[in-house]
Write a protein that binds this ligand. Sequence first.
Ligand SMILES: [Zn+2]
Length: 395
Amino acid sequence: MADFIDMQQSDHQQAVLDELKKHLLRDRVKTMVSGFSELGLLELTRKRTRESLMHLMCDACPACKGSGVVKTPRTVVYDILREILREARQFNPRQFRVIASPQVIDLLSEEEGAHLASLGEFIGKPIQLQAEVGMMPDALGGPALRARGVIPILTYHQIAEAPPKGTPLRSLCVAPRRFAAHMRWLKRLGWQGLNMTQLLPYLHGQQSGRVFGITFDDGYLNNLQHALPVLKALGFSATCYLVHDALGQTNQWDRELGIAQVPLMNEAQVQEWVSSGMEVGSHTLSHAHLAQLSADQAWSEIDQSKHQLEERLGLPIQHFCYPYGEWQAEHVQMAQRAGYLSATTTVRGRVAPQDSPWCLPRVPVHRSTHLIQLIWKLMSRHEDQRGRHALMASA
Ligand SMILES: [Zn+2]
């Protein structure tokens, strides 16, 4: 698959096809060219002569161990009952304790409770149950196997055609077609895009899966116009971080830098965003440079933006994002004290198990981020290494 998403004219596409076919004549490996897709992706298949990208970029899943399937909780329950019977005969222990995932323990104590009770009577030993949150559904006994994966959270700003060349921060506009291609391909590859609240159990290691967070900074109206329909159609959700004092206005904080002024969502538009299954968070009252403020002013930006957004919108505001990626240890503490459940930074990287929920790294997506690059950012250590370098440089 090659990304020609910005190429709009069909005669240009035809020229690419002709040139490609000319060169393929010299290729000894058989290649099939299926042409351009609706989104401007050129699809072709070529016999593989090296290890697949998936193989190079991924580790075996700890739950399915590479098989691609896991046992259902009910199958695990029957395995447990058989194993208890076997061990009772062989080792004659005094008692049993079953440690398993909450789904398995629920089944054992409710629907399969009668089986468990009659087994206990039969072997004449007590059987205790212990649910271990974060345990893989088909893992048994032993220490709980926690989800140890890394989780990417994507950062988008505007979903719009970029302003003319030379305009500052033009890179923060991702074209609607490109955004749609990003999301559709991630869905095809089996990824689920989540808002920050949905992502929390994964961040806390209580759940594991092929998931990523989707965040939008600043609250642009073009998020509602261009991102929402795509996210909704795919069953994805996202968190949009709002600047309280600028609701329904423009990105005034960018004006001095000569950045084009574009509309931000007003209250009614935020309500539409939320009632369509999306989420909002806070990005301070005024898009503040926290590092340049006194402790009292910074606290007000962090704490008051939560309360004022909650009051004005009638919605819980549980997630925060530091404007300009500026944060210090005291701001991380403030975000926690204000009652936010998470806070995101612009440190590059995927979230690792040891990261604080109030200081989360993210993966930036820019105007020029091609699909293959995005997939590479999500699946490889590329971004994590970038982030570490950035942290060292700023330390
Ligand atoms: Zn911002």
